[in-house]
Design a protein around this ligand. Structure first.
Ligand code: NIG
Ligand code: FE
Length: 391
């Protein structure tokens, strides 16, 4: 069955050959969806016929947001930690242990219900592709369980057994790394596409460059592709390691050396910026302009998690990127859609060109510029019948 979508005041395709600029924006456009794929895109006047029609009355249409970095499998609440930060406490990852304790005690159904609620919350705000990490179980059984549950909602699952050193291994980091790279990886790899590590020598809870390398190389040898929590709290070795090992993405990139920027500019590794974290930890934002001006591919994601940033809203992160990181509205939208797709090495999402998934987001506004121009207003919704959730 095919559907002709008309009355699109502005269509963002992210295909420069289709329209204006990098967003490939087409005014007064139409689009045909067939079998959950984009079958035709172009100016409204030249649209072909289809089985059914939807008229959007001049609203803007964008590719669904691609949220390439989240931690949604968890239990418990850390709002008190947020409150303490707003009064001056610093974030160092120490609170993760609280979430680990609560997650270990939760039943599968409790975790599943909460996970599905968050994914639903994201979809209701225009996110059609989501990556989900483990990292609050930190034992063989608990990490495998987290990934099994994550797999129920997305194909973009990430093994993050090396999130922090769990309480029972404190002072025995190398033994924990052996567990992560041995039995834990073996139990988790069947449910994961990616491996990740919190590479942060500045945190007493996370992993240094050497341990991070061991985790990433073991993951790669087990057939997983790589992504890295890099340079969040300090200009550590994470970005250089991500580039050297060919990771799809280095995430956070808050503290970068000139060599890091140069390495990213010459690499296929995407710099995924998570401005909700800086907002929610009251920290300086990453220097997005420096990265963009150097030619680095930049993505935006929420990092939705119970500690450093508990927003599920890509639109909020996009508004922060425009207001506080000086990305243009077009750069921010590209980063939140095509950038996220690049960070997940996906060619079928993050764009609305023929053959792409029909993940259409309708804005209750005439232009994508309104996403940042009207912060906090729920403008974005997934156009549902043509587009089922992207997996
Ligand atoms: O990406 N940096 C490490 N991990 C998460 C935070 C997890 C938490 O605080 O619960 C992050 O910010
Ligand atoms: Fe994270």
């Amino acid at each position: 069955m095919s559907t002709l979508v008309t009355g699109i005041g502005e269509l963002v395709t992210n295909d420069p050959s289709m329209g204006e600029g990098r967003l490939g924006a087409v005014p007064d456009a139409a689009l045909v969806v067939s079998d959950d794929e984009v079958a035709w895109v172009g100016p409204a006047g030249t649209a072909p016929d289809a089985d059914t029609r939807v008229d959007l009355g001049g609203r803007a249409v964008l590719p669904g947001f691609v949220d390439s970095h989240t931690h949604l499998v968890f239990a418990g609440d850390r709002s008190a930690e947020f409150e303490a930060r707003m009064s001056g406490a610093a974030y160092d990852g120490g609170g993760i242990a609280l979430t680990v304790a609560a997650t270990r005690q939760a039943t599968d159904d409790e975790l599943r219900t909460h996970l599905r609620r968050l994914v639903g919350e994201m979809r209701a705000q225009g996110t059609t592709t989501v990556e989900v990490k483990s990292g609050y179980g930190l034992s063989v059984e608990q990490e495998a369980r987290s990934l099994r549950l994550a797999r129920e909602v997305t194909a973009e699952t990430t093994f993050l057994g090396a999130h922090v050193v769990p309480p029972e291994y404190v002072g025995r980091t190398s033994e924990y790394v052996e567990l992560v790279t041995g039995p834990m990886l073996a139990a988790c790899a069947p449910y994961a596409r990616w491996v990740d590590v919190f590479c942060e020598p500045a945190s007493p809870h996370a992993f240094d460059g050497e341990a991070s390398r061991a985790v990433l190389e073991a993951g790669r040898d087990a057939g997983l592709a790589l992504r890295v929590h890099a340079n969040q709290l300090s200009a550590g070795p994470g970005v250089a390691l991500a580039v050297e090992l060919g990771a799809a993405s280095a995430d956070h990139c808050t503290h970068l050396t000139a060599a890091d920027v140069e390495a990213l500019a010459g690499a296929a590794t995407v710099a995924t910026l998570l401005p909700g974290v800086e907002f929610s930890t009251r920290s300086p934002y990453p220097d997005a302009r420096r990265l963009l001006d150097a030619g680095v591919t930049v993505a935006l994601a929420t990092d939705c998690n119970p500690g450093s940033c508990f927003t599920s809203s890509m639109a909020f992160c996009l508004a922060l990127a425009v207001r506080d990181m000086r990305m243009t509205p077009a750069e921010a939208l590209w980063a939140a859609t095509a950038g996220g797709a690049a960070a997940l090495r996906r060619g079928d999402v993050g764009r609305l060109a023929v053959g792409a998934r029909a993940d259409l987001v309708v804005l209750d506004a005439p232009s994508y510029r309104h996403l940042a121009h009207r912060p906090g207003v729920p403008l974005a919704r997934v156009l549902d019948p043509p587009a089922p959730p992207s997996r």
